[in-house]
Design a protein around this ligand. Structure first.
Ligand code: GCB
Length: 613
């Protein structure tokens, strides 16, 4: 089990937050074994003292920031450093605060030092990690600290996502020391510190975790909560649920309980209600005695009252049929790569609203907490996907991989368990689920996820043959990807309806579970036109969509519960003969301008909203 609840850092009257976004010092370790930084202990002194440094923004991927092709394609350790000043009162020992250093995410393996002292290591991108640096900050009277973060983007058969490295020692064909990273997923392996780094102070006795689940009984909302405290065994607390206006609607005084909300305002998806994304706030106040001191802590958790349930052919939110009309996204944009960027985030939500999209899947890894907060607030329904993408080699199904996958699911559920927007977990995308070990592997990952969170359905996204898929028996909802008339029968739009019908009927008659078309689409190089349609033109993407939609419209009356276009926007990939400066299946360009297909989808989604909302 994981240590600590790691609640999303929020400022409250008892908690202070200092964001360290901005320009950091940076060096990529180009030494042949990439280990010079460790051999020479670069973390011991200021980074500048061990060699040249460049300026690097945080958060951002480092790949597209400079003109250096070697840095863009770099594999190995990169080093980040900055000084941070510590507020004077944080350095006071007793009863001084508990001080944490938190990284929103860094890709992929991270080692963190403060003033040359190792404070934490973390495996995996896309999820937060933190170090308790209280004793360091409170034993050293200096008012500043030097934070060094080394990040390694090398993937292995046991990382999530997996990857391998190939060395080519043949110097008649490759430069000396040549090696490349191979990946089985279709997006650029951007790396660096992708989300904000913060310093965070809480009292020494503190609210460590809150878990909330909700139920609805007639028009009474039930908020079941559980609060855990660290640092004291003698805590008292008050728990107040407030409505949007700030009025208290229910209170509790025990660490776990059920709050009753008569005439509850339910959390509804966007377009399903005039006031979607209704959030109450759960204000938790605790007072605790520890040694000679009294500690007080406060945390405010947004709470949406809603239920989720799956039947043989429906997805129910608040017991009403929900149809996913949405998109698959990526965290991806020019220059910043996968780095968190507020203008981009808000622009994307505006485009989702414009489109009439009520949902998205976090393909193919967990998105930032900042994005998830807005999904809760806007009523955008989320299928929350783990970084289990590209699990194709048999070695990636072994026990080492499986244990890591279980830990990643624990970290993901810990982070997002309280979010009303999250209605389903996706443990993987397009794994080799026909391989013999896939049955045990997915049974274990899915069972574990359900044990962590009994309140949400679990799925993974398949492109395997319906009868040979060894994971499908364990999912609650079947998610299938298909690219008829694209990767198969290229150019033959006339096969789509036949093949899609067959696809749906095969899966449904085998499993009797609701089905989401979790990907479909076609690449468009914007501005290319042809009638009759040719692949890569705007007309072709439109035609593919219309053929798929004709089938969706029949099957959604039976058991198809959603459609998610691939993809919301164009995104960067590795270079290959099938990728024209990245994947061009976006209905928006990478700069978020609409292609012709965006208007087709917009008409459709608004019509669907009027019909089903
Ligand atoms: C898929 C993958 C996605 C790719 C997409 C494509 O099935 O899940 O990551 O980008 O197809 O365009 O090939």
């Amino acid at each position: 089990a994981l240590k600590g609840g790691m609640l999303t850092p929020r400022e409250t009257p008892t908690r202070e937050l200092k964001e360290l976004s901005g320009v950091w010092k940076f060096r990529a370790d180009f030494s042949p074994n990439r280990k010079r930084g460790f051999e020479e202990q670069w973390y011991k002194r200021r980074l500048e003292e061990s060699g040249p440094v460049i300026d690097m923004p945080v958060p951002a991927s480092f790949n597209d920031i400079t003109q250096d092709v070697q840095l863009r394609d770099f594999i190995g350790w990169v080093w980040y450093e900055r000084e941070a000043s510590i507020p004077h009162h944080w350095t006071l020992r007793d009863p001084g605060p508990r001080v944490l250093l938190r990284v929103g995410s860094a890709h992929y393996y991270s080692v963190v030092w403060v003033n040359g002292v190792l404070v934490t290591q973390h495996e995996g991108g896309h999820l937060p990690f933190e170090a308790d640096i209280t004793s360091l900050v409170q034993s050293d009277p200096s008012p500043s600290c030097r934070i060094t973060i080394a990040v390694n983007n090398t993937l292995s058969l046991h990382s999530l996502p997996p990857g391998t490295v190939t060395y080519n020692p043949d110097t008649s064909r490759y430069p000396p020391g040549y090696f490349v990273q191979n990946i089985d997923f279709d997006f650029f392996n951007y790396a660096g510190i992708h989300r904000p780094v913060i310093l965070y102070a809480t009292p020494k006795a503190y609210i460590d975790d809150i878990t909330v689940t909700t139920k609805i009984n007639e028009n009474i909302g039930l908020v079941l909560y559980n609060v855990s405290i660290e640092g004291s065994t003698e805590a008292t607390m008050t728990v107040t649920l407030c409505d949007k206006k700030g009025n208290s609607v229910a209170t509790g005084s025990t660490s776990s309980g059920a709050l009753k909300v008569p005439d509850a305002n339910l959390w509804w998806p966007y377009l399903m209600h005039k006031d979607p994304g209704y959030l109450y706030t759960l204000e938790v106040h605790m007072k605790a005695k520890s040694h000679l001191y009294i500690f007080e802590d406060q945390y405010t958790l947004p709470v949406g009252i809603r239920t989720v349930r799956v039947t043989e052919n429906e997805f129910l939110i608040n017991e009403k049929q929900f149809y996913f009309h949405g998109v698959n996204k990526h965290e991806d944009s020019d220059i910043r790569g996968k780095g968190l960027d507020w203008p981009l985030i808000i622009k994307d939500f505006n485009l989702l609203h414009w489109l009439g999209a009520n949902s998205f899947r976090t393909s193919h890894y967990p998105y930032s907490e900042e994005i998830m907060d807005l999904c809760d607030k806007y009523g955008i329904v989320v299928i929350d996907e783990s970084p289990g993408v590209g699990i194709k080699q048999v070695e990636s199904f072994d026990n080492q991989s499986l244990s890591h996958h279980l830990v990643v699911m624990e970290e993901l559920v810990r982070r997002d368990k309280n979010r009303p927007s999250v209605v389903m977990w996706s443990v993987a995308n397009e794994p080799a689920s026909e391989l013999p070990p896939a049955g045990y592997y997915f049974k274990t990952v899915i069972t574990h996820t359900k044990a962590l969170d009994p309140a949400r359905p679990v799925t993974f996204v398949s492109n395997s043959h319906f009868a040979r898929d060894k994971g499908a028996p364990y999912v609650d909802v079947i998610c299938v990807n298909s690219y008829f008339s694209w990767y198969h029968d290229s150019g033959h739009l006339e096969v789509i309806q036949i093949q899609l019908n067959t696809q749906f009927e095969d899966w449904y008659k085998t499993y009797h579970k609701p089905i989401i078309q979790s990907e479909y689409g076609a690449d468009v190089v914007p501005g290319l036109h042809s009638d009759p349609p040719l692949m890569f033109t705007e007309e072709y993407q439109k035609a593919v969509m219309q053929e798929y939609h004709a089938v969706f419209d029949v099957k959604r009356k039976e058991y198809v519960i959603g459609e998610l276009i691939w993809n919301f926007a164009d995104f960067m990939t590795v270079q290959s003969t099938t990728r024209v400066v990245g994947n061009k299946k976006g209905i928006f360009t990478r700069q978020r301008q609409p292609k012709a297909g965006a208007f087709i989808l917009r008409d459709r989604y608004w019509n669907l909203a009027n019909e089903t909302g």
